[in-house]
Ligand binder design. Structure first.
Ligand SMILES: Nc1nc2c(ncn2[C@@H]2O[C@H](COP(=O)(O)OP(=O)(O)OP(=O)(O)O)[C@@H](O)[C@H]2O)c(=O)[nH]1
Ligand SMILES: [Mg+2]
Length: 315
């Protein structure tokens, strides 16, 4: 019942219902599973949205950039929603609550929605719950979804699993750190931002842009669409307009690839959810007396497992 009524409220644009719904789908409690399913299956599929993943090293200015970009999108008549993938929250229970304080204007703007951090231990993992949150935001009328990820390393690939395009944010650099950036971003970045191109860093920022463009040109074979390198100052809100034009341009050029990517993401997340559900069922089965009996009767783990698998799929 709760799932269906939340869906109705979301379609009416209720932000309270949206927040409640995201909390519901992020829950790993068994009693929330059916409500979540009712909720998600009562909502129509919304296409014609753009999902941009933003990654980059800590402190590169991602949140500051999202604040500037979000306000720019509102000025263009769009409705942005900002979500976060925080892989660390799964293991450490940490959060990136600080983000809301960096998106001061955006988080209180009625045309935007900012959800700082997922809770820990969601069924199916962070990418599944993030994808579901994206769908909920889209049903509530938000047409441009921005997903911020924390840190380096694995997070670029994670955001690629929920976003249409990946924007990599870096800062003016030289020497070894520039080499590291070149290596790290070539795999996934669709748009490259050299942020903090202001004050004493402006010159170094131009050099970084030139170096990154050369690296892109040396790797042209890898791309369906050559990543643009854009200079900007999120703090001073300079270059935001050109950055968004680059995003739209890339989305246009990659229209077909994005559509195929969304299908791949659905398949991947279905697999993840299926695995999570099976794991949950196994846990439930373990407490069952039949489980213990089969284990004891069979004696051989493989034989017991085959028998249990049979029961699992029949039920
Ligand atoms: N000079 C300058 N400073 C900036 C710019 N953008 C962000 N900063 C500063 O850089 C610091 C980090 O900014 P954030 O936006 O929190 O960076 P982040 O990438 O979201 O950081 P994490 O979420 O911790 O990974 C803050 O002190 C910002 O004020 C910029 O364009 N120019
Ligand atoms: Mg941040």
């Amino acid at each position: 019942m709760l799932g269906h009524s939340l869906a109705k409220e979301i379609l009416n644009g209720s932000r309270r219902a949206l927040a409640k719904s995201i909390t519901l789908i992020e829950s790993s409690l068994p009693q929330h599973r059916k409500e979540s399913l009712d909720l998600l299956s009562s909502l129509p599929n919304v296409s014609n949205t753009l999902r941009v993943g933003i990654c980059g090293s800590p402190g590169a200015g991602k949140s500051t950039l999202i604040e500037a970009l979000g306000l720019h999108l509102i000025s263009l008549g769009k409705r942005p929603a900002v979500l976060a993938i925080d892989p660390s929250s799964v293991t450490h229970g940490g959060s990136i609550l600080g983000d809301k304080t960096r998106m001061v204007e955006l988080s209180v703007n009625p045309k935007a929605y900012v959800r700082p951090s997922p809770t820990q231990g969601n069924l199916g993992g962070v990418t599944v719950s993030c994808s579901e949150s994206i769908s909920l935001c889209e049903s509530a009328g938000f047409n441009t979804i921005i997903v911020e990820t924390v840190g380096l390393g694995q997070s670029e690939t994670t955001v690629d699993e929920v976003a249409d395009l990946v924007m990599f944010v870096t800062t003016p650099a030289a020497g070894d750190s520039l080499q590291g950036i070149k290596k790290g971003i070539m795999e996934v970045a669709d748009i490259i931002v050299v942020n903090k191109a202001d004050g004493p860093l402006a010159e170094k920022a131009r050099y970084t842009k030139f170096e990154l463009e050369s690296a892109v040109n040396l790797n042209l074979r890898r791309y369906h669409c050559k990543p643009e390198v854009v200079l900007c100052s999120a703090l001073n809100k300079i270059g935001i307009d050109s950055l968004w034009k680059a995003v739209e341009n890339t989305a246009r050029n990659l229209k077909q690839e994005i559509s195929e990517k969304r299908h791949r993401q659905i398949k991947q997340n279905t697999k993840r959810m299926l695995e999570a559900l099976i794991r949950t069922r196994i846990k439930e089965m373990e407490n069952n007396s039949n489980f213990k009996k089969i284990v004891e009767d069979e004696g051989i783990p493989r034989a017991a497992a085959v028998k249990l698998l049979d029961i699992l799929f029949r039920s």
